[in-house]
Design a binder for this molecule. Structure first.
Ligand code: SF4
Ligand code: SF4
Length: 343
């Protein structure tokens, strides 16, 4: 049975305790499970959307960085571009925002390129996807430290590692494929015919007349056109996301993002909000802070977070992510059975 290591810290304000906890957990996990550490281990993080106040700040990663320094492990902050139009839609703006949010200790790598065009197709042959579009810089790694913020998400429910893998490591096109049908739509009425989307389409899939039109046979669903249009004319259908298939797609992408990797998962269960860090608003936490978790199994660590959260908060209200866990276990991403090792 997989082990999930946990150290309680009862407040996000206790930065020193969080850093000590992270270092102790890492030591124990690596030693107990005889993990071979690579010379380069990027940190998959989330920089927080502009206006979000509850993302996990980089001052809480000092314990990890010290651990790496002692072992001469090189690292970088790694992220992918988001699907929606915001401050993290292109790598240039994304890196700028990361710096403004204090992520300055390591180089920043946007794994799927300037507009999401840099991805690798990872073959998985599952029910919803045969192949998944994973940010190329993540796909090529042997080992990633996946740092998650345990919290809610409008569609996925409460979770951490699986969402950080599935949505967080997907290129923009991969995000689009998870959310909806993977071909964007161009509004005839909003399109001004400027041609910018056609110029930036890596597949030359946009045909220009007086308005732009997508050739569905050529489009690979990379979603670059959604960011290059300044008139809001390119969109996707979010309706297709509102079903269990979204949870399945997320789990399948998580499977692809972690396939053949010797990953380490660290989850911070603080500032537990109902919505995710892509929400550019100030949100109030809906549960008590609980501490830091570490494991090598993304399903086990998410399950452990949910269980401890229920225990600490005394009620079972955080169930919405359950179907993702069921399905993730079914496809072999990990195990819902685990042993909690409290340190
Ligand atoms: S039309 Fe398709 S391939 Fe071209 S940029 Fe848009 S999503 Fe990418
Ligand atoms: S960038 Fe937008 S407005 Fe310009 S042609 Fe493409 S869809 Fe139309």
């Amino acid at each position: 049975m997989k082990k999930v290591y946990f150290k309680a810290v009862d407040s996000y304000l206790k930065t020193q305790d969080i850093n000590e906890a992270t270092k102790v957990l890492l030591n124990r996990l690596v030693e107990d499970e005889s993990i071979t550490l690579e010379k380069y281990i990027p940190l998959k993080v989330h920089f927080g959307e502009k206006g979000n106040k509850t993302y996990i700040e980089s001052k809480n990663f000092e314990g990890i960085l010290e651990y790496f320094k002692e072992r001469e492990i090189e690292s970088a902050y790694m992220e992918t571009n988001v699907l929606y139009r915001g401050e993290r839609t292109t790598s240039k703006n994304h890196i700028k925002l990361a710096g403004e949010h204090g992520f300055t200790q390591l180089p920043i790598v946007i794994a799927d390129g300037d507009h999401g065009e840099n991805y690798e197709e990872v073959e998985i042959n599952k029910k919803n996807f045969k192949k998944c579009k994973i940010g190329a810089e993540i796909a090529k790694q042997k080992q990633v430290m996946v740092i998650s913020h345990f919290k809610g998400h409008a569609l996925a429910g409460f979770g951490g590692a699986i969402k950080q893998l599935g949505m967080g490591c997907a290129s923009r096109g991969g995000k689009l494929a998870q959310h909806a049908n993977s071909i964007p739509k161009i509004s005839y009425f909003k399109c001004k015919g400027c041609g910018s989307c056609a110029k930036n389409c890596p597949e030359k899939a946009i045909v220009m007349g007086s308005k732009a039109k997508i050739n569905k046979d050529k489009c690979v669903g990379c979603a670059a056109c959604m960011t290059t249009c300044n008139f809001g004319a390119v969109s996707n259908s979010w309706l297709a996301s509102l079903s269990k298939s979204f949870n399945e797609r997320l789990a399948e992408y998580a499977y692809a993002a972690s396939k053949d990797k010797n990953n380490i998962y660290i989850t911070f269960a603080f500032n537990i909000t109902r919505n995710c860090d892509c929400d550019g608003h100030s949100m109030k936490p809906v549960a008590k802070d609980i501490g830091v978790f570490a494991a090598t199994d993304p399903v086990a660590i998410d399950q452990a977070c949910l269980d401890v959260l229920d225990k600490v908060n005394g009620r079972r209200v955080f169930r919405r992510g359950k179907y993702t866990l069921d399905y993730a276990e079914k496809i072999g991403l990990g195990s819902r059975k685990y042993e909690l090792v409290e340190i």
